[in-house]
Design a protein around this ligand. Structure first.
Ligand code: HEC
Length: 142
């Protein structure tokens, strides 16, 4: 099932009556909350949105997300980049970024939502994250 996200679209549950997928449930996805997480958790240290953040890794502008508009594909792409991401997180933050399923659902909503992204500015960045970006993340992933 593909979910088209418009605005801060909310999908409470996906029901699939066939086979054994009847217990599949998707979390609500909140792009506004995702915007805060994207900044606070530090994705922005390597990925930019709306020209905010660094260019160590691929920009996560909604316009770049046309290929993958479903959450599992988004996560699969993160998985493929995991090795590099974790090494760089260790170098720049000193720890591995933690997130729940709900957190990543909200971040997914944010990276798909060009309207919410237009409101994303430097002012959304907490000081300690801004400092790391200003000092230049230590290694380039590219
Ligand atoms: C310390 C650097 C760093 C941080 C922090 C980081 N990433 Fe990444 N990310 C990378 C690198 C490096 C890659 C692989 C190379 C690339 O895709 O540019 C990557 C790849 C990805 C991809 C795949 C992109 C594609 O087009 O295939 C996604 C999606 C992604 N990251 C999302 C996130 C999210 C969400 C967060 C925050 C929870 C995050 N990243 C935090 C460095 C980072």
């Amino acid at each position: 099932m593909l979910i088209a996200l418009g605005g801060t679209a909310t999908v409470t549950s996906a029901t699939a009556s066939e086979n054994d997928t009847s217990k599949v449930a998707l979390p609500e996805m909140n792009a506004e909350r995702g915007k805060n997480l994207f900044a606070e958790r530090g994705c922005v240290i390597c990925h930019s949105v709306n020209n905010v953040g660094s260019d160590v890794a691929t920009s996560l502008d909604a316009s770049n997300m046309n290929v993958a508009r479903e959450p599992f594909e988004f996560f699969a792409r993160m998985w493929r980049g995991a090795h590099q991401m974790l090494a760089l997180q260790q170098a720049d933050l000193g720890y591995q970024i933690d997130f729940s399923g709900q957190d990543i659902a909200d971040i997914f909503a944010f990276v798909q939502n060009s309207e919410t992204q237009e409101d994303f500015t430097e002012e959304d960045l907490p000081d300690h994250i801004k400092e790391i970006i200003d000092n230049g993340p230590s290694i380039s992933g590219k």
